[in-house]
Each structure stands twice: as structure tokens, then as C-alpha cells.
Design a binder for this molecule. Structure first.
Ligand SMILES: C[S@@+](CC[C@H](N)C(=O)[O-])C[C@H]1O[C@@H](n2cnc3c(N)ncnc32)[C@H](O)[C@@H]1O
Length: 250
């Protein structure tokens, strides 16, 4: 998932890439931005992509800077953004000088996706490094628990539709074997790209090691059709989720 990978996705990004702010079933992201926001405060959206997350948080701050290393995605973000308190800047989060992007609140949604531990840690440390003392960091990341749970729910849907349990279970196990690149490292193929998924404790630990304290982790739920193609409208199961981890900079 280098810069070329993201540049290639720029055309039709909102259709082909999951933008969590657009599918946040319970409005958790906007509620969080409202709670942390202040018209005197500045925010930055690190790994802003096509700017959906930047535009979602912008109404709650004096100024928001969207930062990404993909020039093509930044061009899409600029074209889609009307708000005059938003600006976009190009930088590699793993190599940037955090002092250039000082902010009171840092948002970083679905960017810690690399299978490489050191690449994720470099980004997390730089994003947290940009936050002023007393400020907050808000990270969203894929949940390994949610990913595993979706196989169980798919199995329940199949048996509910009349498939023999043994047959459906073998189908789900085969699907999991195709998707899961490394269970011990939480790496799962998403759209062909090996993508880091976190246990709840794990995302809290990473952010704490990188300088946030009092990290609280909860869920951003999204509709079942994001993960199951044939999900019925009346699914009786709690929706899948990403983690939203919020902590303070001391
Ligand atoms: C899945 S998209 C998320 C976009 C946006 N935050 C959202 O939630 O809609 C991941 C974004 O992170 C950016 N990104 C990944 N690694 C980066 C890095 N090292 N430096 C800057 N941006 C990076 C990609 O270019 C892409 O725009």
C-alpha cells in the first residue's frame, strides 16, 4: 500500500474504497468531532484520502488541515471541498516532521493499515507527535474481532437460508483461509490488499506506546452490506464495526 497504490485508486475512490464517515450508522464520528471541537481549535485529518473525513469534522473547528501523500487523492479532496476553513497538504505521515502539522485534535481514520509493524508505529508516533499538549487523538482502525465475527454471521445466514450446517461451515472456513493472511498478526486481504486488523487491546496499546494516554476504544458500526453481499435488510445481528480509539496528549 505505497503511494502508487493509493494514487491508482484516486479515480472513483468513494465507490471503491470504504470511507467510514459515509457509512457510520450511528453518527459516532460527527458526535466525537462535536464533543472535541471548538471554534478556536485547529484539527488535522491525517491520511485524509478524498477528504470525506476532513469535510465531516470541519464544521466543528476553526481550521482543519487534511494531510495525505497521494497527490491524486488530494486533488480529488480539493475538488470536493467547499468549506473555507479546510486546506490540504501533501506529506508522508511516516516521514513527516510533526511540528509542521501542529493541531489541537488529530484525526486518523483507517490509515494504520500496513502489515508492517514499524510502518504503523511510525505513522502513529508522528500523528500523535503533532498534537498539542492537552489535545486529543482520534484513530479509526479495522477490527479483527469484527472480521472474524462476520464469518459466523455469514454461516448463520446460510443455515437460515436452508443450507446444511456442515456444508456452509466448510464454505466459510475456505473463505476465511483465502482471506486471512496471518491470524497471529491480524492481517486480512481486503480487495486483494493485505490489511492490518486490530484486536481492541492491541490498538489501545499501540497508541499508548506512541504517546496517547487514557485511550478509550469503542465501535463505529456500519451496515452489514459493507461486508456481506447478500445481507438481508432485517439482519438480527449487531452490525460489523471498526474501532474508534480516543486518547489525550499529556
Ligand atoms: C483507507 S484511506 C482513508 C481515507 C480517509 N481517512 C477516510 O476515512 O475516508 C487511507 C488513506 O491514507 C493515506 N495514507 C496511507 N499511508 C500514508 C502515508 N504514509 N502518508 C500519508 N498518507 C497515507 C492514503 O493515501 C489514503 O488516502
Amino acid at each position: 500500500m505505497d503511494v502508487d497504490y493509493w494514487n491508482r485508486l484516486a479515480v472513483g475512490f468513494s465507490e471503491s474504497v470504504f470511507e467510514v464517515t459515509e457509512r457510520d450508522a450511528r453518527g459516532v464520528i460527527r458526535k466525537t468531532a462535536r464533543r472535541l471541537g471548538d471554534k478556536r481549535a485547529t484539527a488535522a485529518d491525517f491520511g485524509c484520502g478524498a477528504g470525506a473525513s476532513t469535510r465531516a469534522v470541519a464544521p466543528f473547528f476553526k481550521r482543519v488541515t487534511g494531510v495525505d501523500f497521494s497527490a491524486k487523492l488530494l486533488a480529488v479532496a480539493r475538488a470536493k471541498t467547499d468549506a473555507d476553513n479546510v486546506r490540504y497538504r501533501k506529506a508522508d505521515l511516516a516521514a513527516m516532521d510533526p511540528r509542521l502539522f501542529r493541531c489541537d485534535v488529530a484525526f486518523c481514520f483507517n490509515v494504520l493499515l500496513s502489515p508492517e509493524t514499524s510502518a504503523r508505529a511510525a505513522i502513529a508516533a508522528n500523528v500523535i507527535g503533532a498534537i498539542r499538549r492537552g489535545g486529543a487523538g482520534v484513530f479509526i482502525a479495522p477490527s479483527l474481532e469484527s472480521e472474524l465475527r462476520s464469518y459466523q454471521v455469514a454461516l448463520a445466514c446460510r443455515t437460515g437460508a436452508g443450507f446444511a450446517r456442515g456444508v456452509a461451515a466448510r464454505e466459510m472456513d475456505a473463505s476465511a483461509r483465502r482471506d486471512v493472511v496471518s491470524l497471529s498478526q491480524g492481517v486480512v486481504n481486503l480487495g486483494g490488499a493485505p490489511t492490518k486488523h486490530f484486536f481492541q487491546d492491541e490498538i489501545a496499546e499501540l497508541l499508548t506506546e506512541c504517546g496517547l494516554h487514557d485511550v478509550a476504544v469503542s465501535r463505529v458500526r456500519y451496515p452489514w452490506d459493507v461486508v456481506l453481499d447478500d445481507a438481508p435488510d432485517d439482519m438480527p445481528y449487531a452490525e460489523p464495526w471498526d474501532w474508534i480509539a480516543i486518547g489525550r496528549k499529556g
